[in-house]
Design a protein around this ligand. Structure first.
Ligand code: ADP
Length: 443
């Protein structure tokens, strides 16, 4: 440091001596000062110009030069910073390379997208699952390469669904599950995996359950017939009658279970087109529901509001399944002295809503999301109430099939409200008698 400033002090001293000599010999101190100052400025300017050229060329280490004045400090500082920067760059590059290698080794196709859904990067599996090639497709918009409308709709609005399943653009027989993960400012990752095996397994399991239920129906009908015949027997002992009652109860349960399994496999089969389905009278649904409730001694506590002017477009047996399952649950899971309110009404969005409100034990918040899984039964229900765990799965799938939204609102200790909202394109009405009814207050 001392050296640097001594260089500057030396140069100033030389300038002062030159100024003195010039002034003394010429006798014109003004001209002498101008000349000395000009020379000094030129000398400084030359050094700065050289520095500027070195910076412009990228402060290369190979072209670094010596300057013993203050310019030297700048050179050394810049040189040092460049060295640190290069070290960091090398480290980041290595890290990036390692990360690339790791992501490329993932079995899932991974595609990095920018705000406009242009491809910035993709790994190897993206080639054989999504038909994306790197580097050829980098910079292109995803929609120009994969022309699947459901994928594009999902990518633009992923909040509607957690993931989607589509056929692979490489092989339509391969089903892929696609998930979008957003990160940073406007960046996202598309992650796709081959789920054909799971899908096939699910399909065969579904078919097996549907076939088995179908096959079980005939023997059960025969058993049921024989049990009914035995009921008429006069000379049966007390214990024989008790056994008969138990056998009848179990056969009844089995019949319900088979019906539920068959209905579930039916509602899962395909998605209903908006104009598909028969015209269903809501008041006729009431008749079917009342028949199903006949077995409950406490059915009088169920208050039904099924307006006569409302009609739905859909599959009658499936809508009936929604009604019966939700009302039966409300009876099963609430005390016999508490009312159950069952209503069909039109919301302010011109959608028909079916809701069932009870004042039962209610459901814990963490449990709600699991209720629609098939065979799921609540801890307490398993011990206290008989059931198959299929009811709410049927409701969920039947609602999905009709484009409806199934919602559960519940508060432990207070009760629950189960509602199914049908889209307006499914709602038909007798306009003369139409009037809107406000929704029930939520718990
Ligand atoms: P199941 O009634 O045969 O057990 P469901 O699929 O109909 O099967 O219902 C799943 C679970 O949801 C039930 O076991 C019960 O714990 C819970 N549940 C359903 N309806 C109600 C309700 N109205 N009140 C409280 N819990 C309910």
């Amino acid at each position: 440091m001392l050296n640097i400033w001594s260089t500057e002090a030396w140069s100033l001293s030389i300038a002062a001596v030159a100024f003195g000599l010039l002034g003394f010999f010429s006798g014109n101190w003004f001209v002498a000062s101008l000349i000395t100052l000009g020379m000094y400025i030129l000398w400084l300017y030359g050094r700065l110009l050289k520095l500027e050229q070195w910076i412009r060329k990228g402060t290369k280490a190979s072209e670094v030069y010596e300057d013993n004045g203050f310019v030297g400090i700048i050179i050394r500082q810049l040189h040092q910073q460049k060295k640190i920067h290069n070290q960091r760059k090398r480290r980041t590059k290595k890290l990036l390379h390692r990360m690339n290698e790791n992501i490329s080794a993932l079995p899932d196709a991974t595609v990095l997208l920018n705000k406009e859904l242009r491809i910035e990067w993709c790994n190897d599996p993206a080639r054989y699952l999504l038909n994306l090639r790197s580097p050829q497709d980098l910079g292109n918009k995803l929609k120009n390469i994969i022309r699947d409308p459901s994928l594009l709709a999902y990518m633009e609005n992923p909040l509607v669904q957690e993931h989607i399943e589509i056929n692979s653009p490489v092989d339509p027989k391969v089903t892929i599950q696609v998930r979008k993960v957003s990160f940073g400012a406007n960046k996202s990752l598309l992650i796709a995996r081959n789920v054909s095996d799971q899908k096939q397994l699910q399909e065969s399991l579904k078919n097996f359950v549907a076939n088995a239920s179908h096959e079980l129906r005939s023997p059960l009908t025969v058993i049921w017939g024989h049990l009914e015949m035995l009921e008429g027997e006069q000379e049966m002992s007390k214990s024989g009658k008790r056994s008969l009652r138990i056998a009848q109860r179990q056969a009844e349960r089995m019949k319900e279970l088979i019906q539920d399994l068959l209905l579930l496999s039916q509602v899962e089969s395909y998605h209903l087109a908006p104009d598909e389905g028969e015209r269903i009278s809501i008041s006729e649904l009431k008749t079917g529901l009342l028949e199903a409730l006949e077995k409950y001694d406490d059915r009088h506590r169920v208050h039904l509001d099924f307006p006569a002017h409302m009609f739905l477009r859909g599959i009658s047996i499936e809508i009936q399944g929604i009604c019966i399952n939700l009302v039966e649950n409300a009876i099963k899971y609430s005390p016999p002295d508490k009312p159950v309110r069952v209503r069909w009404f039109e919301s302010s969005n011109a959608e028909y809503v079916f809701d069932v409100e009870d004042q039962g034990s209610g459901i814990e918040q963490e449990e709600i999301s699991q209720l629609t899984n098939r065979y799921y039964r609540g801890q307490k229900s398993r011990a206290e109430v008989s059931g198959s765990g299929l009811g709410l799965a049927i409701v969920q799938h039947a609602a999905n099939k009709h484009g409806a939204v199934f919602k559960i609102v519940s508060e432990p200790g207070k009760g629950s409200c189960f509602s199914v909202t049908f889209p307006s394109y499914r709602c038909l009405r007798d306009d003369q008698q139409f009037h809107a009814v406000p929704p029930l207050a939520n718990h």
